[in-house]
Design a protein around this ligand. Structure first.
Ligand code: NAI
Length: 336
């Protein structure tokens, strides 16, 4: 199958080419993201392969249908960036990679927590400059802290286990109670209780209309003063303006982000020689207690292998006319 691969980085090409070593599919790589400005690139293709920051709005999907695209393969689990209803309307199949090393994301959340807590990023810079002072590097012990987890699916449940290993008391909130977590002492509570009782809050739920801006000025006001907030899920879960106000005020004591509301214009790009026009991220970067990584939580060798192999398998399934496409995203899944 002839596939237009968007938002390609060198590692995407390396791993996809390995997974497609038998040359079953003709992969054409584009560095550009798929948007209504780049839609012309899809002419002559029956398949497009996209990532988290490609924006497949209703207009983009209409143009894909007009160009004869039959299948969209996502190199990610989340599908909030694709208008699934519109794709269904045009009978364009959408396939995803439902899980790729959930350990990678859970472990990255822990890296954010421990860096913010023990300030190893600052210690590293100091020592390299010959400054061996430990003034203002005071951290806290994780043992005995209460950690609140919003969303205990694949990633959240692994994260819960790691936090328990640190000796933390784990609170969770999810519409679906995971009995195996309850059996090991995780306590399911209301969202309000989770916000008000947790020293550290980590978000592991998907972005949906319900979860959009779930962290806002009202929910932040319920939190313990000086709370640590970690988001490795999706940027739009947090109202950035409200978070900035709470950081200025001290209500949020630490914030670790692997995702950001306006990340489409920034992440995965080298902008080091360019003036950054996004004032919100610029403000966030000025806080000494904010740590930002550019959507790298998933970025491990294991995950890249899994993503590329599942992406090629999804294309194989589609070409093989598999009646039941195992990794298909359906309208029912949005409603659920
Ligand atoms: P999952 O589908 O296994 O688990 C998500 C859980 O969130 C489910 O248990 C669901 O019931 C729950 N949930 C849904 N709505 C909720 C709500 N309103 N309140 C509380 N819980 C709610 O998903 P998985 O694999 O654990 O991934 C979680 C999220 O992590 C993804 O949606 C994606 O946005 C993000 N992600 C981030 C990556 C990164 O590199 N930063 C990589 C992969 C995923």
């Amino acid at each position: 199958m002839k596939v237009a691969v968007f938002s390609t980085k060198s590692y995407d090409k390396d791993y996809l080419d390995q997974a497609n070593a038998d040359g079953q599919h003709e992969l054409f790589y584009f560095e550009a993201s798929l948007t209504n400005k780049t839609i012309k690139l899809t002419e002559g293709f029956h398949a497009v392969c996209v990532f988290v920051n490609d924006t497949l709005t209703r207009e983009v999907i209409d143009s894909l249908a007009a160009n004869g695209v039959k299948v969209i393969v996502l190199r990610c689990a989340g599908f909030n960036n694709v208008d699934i209803e519109r794709a269904t309307f045009w009978k364009i199949k959408v396939l995803r990679v439902p899980a790729y090393s959930p350990h990678a994301v859970a472990e990255h959340a822990v890296a954010l927590i421990m860096t913010l807590n023990r300030k190893t990023h600052k210690a590293y810079s100091r020592v390299r400059e010959g400054n061996f002072s430990i003034e203002r590097l005071t951290g806290f012990e994780m043992d005995g802290k209460t950690v609140g987890i919003v969303g205990t699916g694949r990633i959240g449940s692994i994260f819960a286990g790691i936090m328990q290993g640190f000796g933390c008391h784990v609170l969770a909130h999810d519409a679906h109670l995971n009995k195996s977590l309850v059996d090991v002492g995780v306590e399911y509570v209301t969202l309000e209780d989770l916000f008000s009782k947790s020293d550290i809050i980590s978000l592991h739920c998907p972005l949906t209309p319900d979860t959009h801006h779930m962290i806002n000025s009202q929910s932040i006001s319920l939190m313990k003063r000086g709370v640590m907030l970690i988001n490795t899920s999706r940027g739009k879960l947090i109202d950035t303006d409200a978070a900035i106000d709470a950081l200025k005020d001290g209500q949020i004591g630490y914030m670790g982000l692997d995702v950001y509301e306006q990340e489409e214009n920034l992440f995965f790009k080298d902008l080091s020689e360019i003036v950054i026009r996004d004032d919100k991220i610029s403000r966030l970067m000025t806080f000494p207690n904010v740590l930002i990584t550019a959507h790298q939580a998933y970025f491990t060798d294991n995950a890249l292998i899994q993503i590329s192999q599942t992406t090629i398998q999804n294309l194989n399934d589609f070409v093989g006319n598999t009646i039941h496409l195992e990794n298909e995203v359906t309208v029912d899944m949005i409603k659920a």
